[in-house]
Design a protein around this ligand. Structure first.
Ligand SMILES: Cc1ncc(COP(=O)(O)O)c(C=O)c1O
Length: 368
């Protein structure tokens, strides 16, 4: 197995001592280390899953036409993108698998570069390595320099996990122009796009202001795990250039990478309903305001964090010192080093905890 040689160690085990300390708190641990939703899956989505549970045959790898049309309609209604071609839509088994396998599905290999943000969700790096390609953390063309000839794939992630930073459409447009000039694909991981906090949701890579009217070479990657409390369903999709999507489809058909039909139905119904996203967002907004105030009171600064489910926080010290300080108060977060060397003085505070646990955070940090 080639991956055994090239993959980084799975870092979460290193949190065990901090988790043990935090669990000793008399009122229990406040675990804000992972971004896994905790609120119930909305009833209408569960009903859609149940109604599709009679599924004796194989599902379509491509997704049903109704699902692909629902994705195109969602882009038009929620993202300001009216020209998504349903032929350029493909459901994925959650988005992490697509992130981890996209370089392989695109046929990348030795000598190819996969650019991803410097401070990033680790699966972009993993995906490059799985393909035998080389990951290159870079946020600008200057960092890539003459190596740009070898760049075959550029990952963007806006809003960002972990920083919550949102890239403006002008920035996205510049990346698209550059990528097209060097013949690279741009894949934009946008799963927090409906979770913007300052009234302005993040632009898609497929936004007409970004694309110049053509989706050629562009893929938007999206997931309902977060906004619809659906992480356990593995419900996501990729959309954009129909030619690229066909290439992915061909390999995925051979490899059996298909989304179960009941999940396709749940995804279709979820995409057609905005009310549950609005309700979930209100829950997160309240948690975010409380957590933000508590962290600031305790001397943290919060950077970026304009969107998404994390506060990107620092006490101006190495992140492991902050981890220890919080663990002593019964709180577990994720250290910035998980997301890149440039993030060694930040911690990522997830808002995916119950109201009760976020209130416990507030009590612990506001009382000093
Ligand atoms: C930026 C980003 N991309 C992809 C994923 C994967 O989401 P899923 O596999 O649940 O669709 C996550 C999950 O945390 C994420 O933060």
């Amino acid at each position: 197995m080639p991956g055994e040689r090239v993959l980084p160690d799975f870092p979460w085990d290193t949190l065990a001592p901090f988790a043990a300390t935090a669990r000793n708190h008399p009122n229990g641990i406040v675990d804000l280390s992972v971004g896994a939703p905790v609120d119930p899956t909305p009833a209408l989505i569960r009903e859609a899953l149940a109604a599709a549970s009679d599924a004796p045959g194989y599902p379509q790898t491509y997704g049903t036409p109704a699902l692909r049309e629902a994705v195109a309609a969602w882009f038009a209604r929620r993202r300001g993108v009216t020209d998504v071609d349903p032929d350029g839509v493909l459901p994925t088994i959650g988005s992490k698998e697509l992130v981890a396998w996209l370089p392989t599905l695109l046929g990348l290999g030795a000598g190819d570069l996969v650019v991803h943000p410097e401070i990033a969700y680790p699966s972009y790096d993993v995906g490059a390595r799985l393909a035998g390609a080389t990951p290159l953390p870079a946020d600008g063309t200057a960092q890539v320099g003459p190596a740009s000839r070898a760049v075959k794939l550029i990952w963007l992630n806006s809003p960002s996990n972990p920083t919550g930073r949102v890239l403006g459409w002008e920035h996205l447009a510049k990346v698209v122009t550059w990528a097209r000039s060097i013949g690279a694909v741009v894949a934009s991981d946008e799963c927090y796009a409906e979770l913007g906090w300052d009234g302005q949701d993040a632009a898609s890579i497929l936004d007409p202001r970004v694309t110049g009217g053509s989706h050629e070479g562009l893929l938007a990657v999206y997931s309902l795990s977060k906004q619809s409390n659906l992480a356990g369903y593995r419900a996501a999709f990729v959309a954009g250039d129909p030619v690229l999507v066909r290439r992915l489809l061909e390999v995925r058909k051979h490899a059996g990478m298909m989304v179960p039909w009941p999940v396709q139905e749940a995804l279709r119904v979820a995409l057609g309903n905005d009310a549950h996203v609005v309700a979930q967002k209100a829950r997160y907004r309240a948690r975010r305001e409380l957590a933000w105030a508590a962290l600031e009171h305790a001397g943290f600064s919060i950077d970026h964090s304009q969107a998404g489910l994390y506060l990107w926080a620092t006490r101006g010290e190495p992140c492991w010192d902050t981890m220890a300080w919080l663990a002593d108060r019964g709180v577990l977060v994720a250290p910035g080093t998980f997301y890149g060397a440039a993030a060694a003085r930040h911690v990522r505070v997830a808002l995916t905890a119950t109201d009760e646990r976020i209130e416990a955070l507030g009590e612990r940090l506001l009382k000093d």
